[in-house]
Design a protein around this ligand. Structure first.
Ligand code: NAD
Ligand code: UDP
Length: 321
């Protein structure tokens, strides 16, 4: 990954979960990194393993507000990713997605910086095509409780592609599928962190719906490798690429795995399915394989073990709220 040596890299949202893995990898590869974060769902301690690094600057800033920072390449991760968090202030979520990327694109247009923008599998909504390919247009409720995120990310893709076509801005749009691993916040609200904290505390494991909904879970180190690769491959300018692990599991299977690896006495209980919760999700990653030469290498059992070690350690264990 010699491409990153000496490069000025801006990472909005770099103090969040994925950022806490991406930023150290960028530094390892010789990049000079500036993180912008408003600490809504992220925190300084997520970057404690690299704090004091001479090539890291951490600035508290909200990307909805204008800013100017010199960069060769930007990885925009800024946006709450968990339904609980992005629905907490949906108007802010939409502004972060749309006004935030507009600020970044304007800067890229001015300076020639490259933008890798974290899009999401949520652009497919509750998909009618399975597995999902990049050519699928999706099935999204534009006025539902998930729309602030789904439609925000869709509008961000539109804006990015229009800057690309109108002004030649080098944009790359990874559609990230469910990603998990160490440093997910204990109160993140997503399924892996909820089930792990519940299992470790001996609390009930809360399945929403009947447990038959599916997701395809990607371990965070695989995701970061894919993002770094997407940032450097020349042919990826203007590309939209699914990134995720195509191994698909039901939520019940996930709960059973987590109970087994934690040797927990927790019982499974069932709660109502939230509105517009997608029934199933599985990426077709043929494009990522061909374009990036990437394929995930950590399977779910291995990734869950690594993540469980994190939640079981130090102060990470806390009750789900
Ligand atoms: P996260 O919530 O842990 O991290 C998001 C970071 O962005 C946090 O540090 C937060 O404080 C910061 N942030 C939020 N709004 C901001 C704003 N207005 N200005 C500046 N900083 C802001 O989420 P994550 O899981 O690390 O996800 C990172 C990115 O990847 C997000 O854009 C998310 O939509 C996308 N994504 C993640 C997943 C996943 O499964 N983790 C799946 C699809 C897409
Ligand atoms: N889910 C669940 N129990 C929880 C948290 C989530 O059953 O405590 C379900 C949720 O309804 C969804 C799936 O797990 O069907 C994945 O949810 P998550 O919030 O992790 O991600 P997303 O819905 O954005 O894929």
């Amino acid at each position: 990954m010699d491409y990153y040596r000496g490069k000025k890299v801006l990472v909005p949202g770099g103090a969040g979960f994925i950022g806490s893995h991406l930023v150290p990898r960028l530094l390892e590869n010789g990049a000079r990194v500036t993180v912008l974060d408003n600490f809504h769902t992220g925190c300084r301690s997520n970057l404690s393993q690299v704090s004091g690094h001479p090539d890291l600057v951490l600035i508290e800033h909200d990307i909805v507000q204008p800013f100017a920072i010199d960069a060769d390449i930007i990885f925009n991760l800024a946006c709450p990713a968990s339904p609980v968090h992005y629905q907490h202030d949906p108007i802010k979520t939409l502004k972060t997605s749309v006004i935030g990327i507009n600020n970044l694109l304007a800067q890229c247009h001015l300076t020639g910086a490259r933008l890798v923008h974290a899009s999401t599998s949520e652009v497919y909504g509750d998909p009618l095509q399975h597995p999902q390919t990049e050519s699928y247009w999706g099935n999204v409720n534009p006025i539902g409780i998930r729309a602030c995120y789904d439609e925000g990310k869709r509008a961000a893709e539109t804006l990015a592609m229009d800057f690309h076509r109108m002004h030649g801005v080098d944009v790359r749009l990874p559609r990230i599928f469910n990603t998990y691993g160490p440093r997910m916040a204990h109160n993140d609200g997503r399924v892996v962190s909820n089930f792990m904290c519940q299992a470790l505390a001996g609390d009930d494991i809360t399945i929403y719906g009947d447990g038959s909904a599916t997701r395809s879970f990607c371990f965070v180190s695989d995701m970061v490798t894919a993002l770094l690769q997407l940032g450097l491959v020349d042919l990826a300018a203007g590309a939209v690429v699914n990134l995720g692990n195509p191994d698909e599991y039901s939520i019940l299977e996930l709960a059973e795995k987590i109970i087994a690896i934690s040797n927990s006495s927790s019982k499974i209980i069932y709660k109502p399915l939230p509105q517009d919760d997608p029934t199933r999700r599985k990426p077709d990653i043929s494009k990522a394989k061909a374009l990036l030469g990437w394929t995930p290498v950590i399977d779910l059992d291995d990734g869950l073990q690594k993540t469980m070690k994190y939640f079981a350690s130090e102060s990470a264990v806390a009750r789900v709220i």
